[in-house]
Design a protein around this ligand. Sequence first.
Ligand code: MSK
Length: 631
Amino acid sequence: MSEHFVPTSIDQIEVDNARLYETAQQVGIDVYQDRVKNQTPHCLFGEKGVCCHICSMGPCRITPKAPKGICGADAHAIAGRNYLRMAAGGAATHSDHGRECVWKLYDSSEDGYYHVTDSKKLLNLAAEWGVETEGRDIYDVAHEVAEIGLNEYGKIKGYQRWTERGTEERIKTWTENGVRPRAVDREVVTAMHMTHMGNTADAEALVKQALRTGMADGWGGSMAGTEMSDILYGTPMPNESESGLGVLEKDYVNVICHGHDPAVSEMIVRYSEDPEMIKYARSFGAKGINVAGLCCTGNEMIMRHGIKVAGNFLQQENALLTGVVEAIVVDVQCIFPNIGPLAECFHTKFYTTSPIARIPKSEYLELTSENAGEVAKKILMTACENFPNRDESKIFLPEQKRKSWAGYSCEGIKSRLDTVTNSHLDEIDTYKPLIECVRSGVIRGAVAIVGCNNPKVRPEQSHWEIIRKLLENDIIVVATGCAAQVAAKAGFMDKAAKEVCGEGLRRVCTLADIPPVLHMGSCVDISRMMLLVTGIAKDWGIETYELPVVGCAPEWMSEKAVSIANYVVATGIDTYLGIEPQVNGSDQMVELITEGTRKWVNAGYIINTDPDELVKAMIDGIEAKRAALGI
Ligand code: MSK
């Protein structure tokens, strides 16, 4: 490894975490590390997926002595139903976030709080959907596009129109095998109906519906979320920022935005830059306002505005334990309810803004299209007024932060290819230069690292080890979600990180002026990755399942991750999991999710809890795809 670039190790990050844990003990609050101890060992029936609590005759738990529940459901039916319900929970969550984004476009106006920022993207989508644009006001177009987008959630018949973006082969595969999604809401309802007591007990049918429900997310609700957010707030392009708890600033009013839906954070960012608001912060002795992100809201902000990221899912309590956060404002998803009592141990104000995430010990300020700016201003002003209330004895601010580049949307990636390597092809807006690198072997392939961090394992270590190994083996990484933030705070999103790469990838990073791990955004932005592989397959002239590309979720934990894994697999991409899905109590289910799906969609899961073995399997998988292509 080069002496110039040294990634921040998990050991180094844990030193700060341990110091912050001392603060938690000092102020008398539990944090996730304590709760993990209290909850361990976990219930084995739950872990294996063979506890059924779908009706009130039970709960029924499957053992060798009791192989069936009271209704007669066996381990396969129970594990299959639980698995499908997880996928449905995830699809509902992502898709409802997406729906809120479409509503914001529907509510957008010249003089309102939400505007059309990327009109080119809107006009492209309008053309794709056959919406007349000639001579029309941009907001009339926006409202018609939004109405069509909203109808996709409950359309009476037909398939998700977003799936029309797939390759010809995928559309045929999805349609013929019954995994092409209809209305988003219908797939979630179908999943809930199928898994009700007395319905589907056939594991194969449950797994197939999990694929279709996931598809309604990735090629439906999530894609809507990404697309509408780009239209409203701008399509991300490469920009430089910083990541790690060290981005919090001692002399500034620190406001943290946490959650997923950028509708809230966009307003906070906008008004935090208002000179009057900065003046207001200064009147309380601060140098200014420092907005930082957590989890996927953090990803949305760094992608579009270069706003610094304080941390990911398991850093949310640590961020408050620094004692320098004047306000934390949350929207939806992945928010620990413990933020309420924890904030009370400090001067920190805790604001909830969505009826979807009502949390005790927070102040609830519901944000709507009509009041968004006022809510943001109120939160920022209260945060400024709160600055003098810090308790110096509780402050510990870690210094660790790393330079991180973000903003690699599909358009952002193409912009790099266009300016640097596309010129000799005399072609722009194509992935062909990247394809050339892969075909020639300069880059062996790509891995999409996604998902959460999970205290079931040593948090973040497997991400770190896997990413480093892939880079050393000339495999480029694209990342989203909390996984992206592991890479960012380790320094792998710094362009200097090319020094840890193999010779080929290092050369590509130099030529294209990119870091070796490309930040593609938040969890819903995995839809960008689906469009990326689709675009590459089309430009290459091969199928998605033939590409030397795999997905990996080393430490996934949420239902959303189950939904994601299903649509990534349905797109033809093998998906490597470092945490076991809770189906091990059924050999049929294990076989179905690892092998059984291949007959429908040409891909499946590879599960291994050992990061070394997992990354080796990924590299072998990529090399096998290359061999099959004869490259
Ligand atoms: S925030 S779903 S912990 S990636 Fe999207 Fe992170 Fe997982 Fe939440």
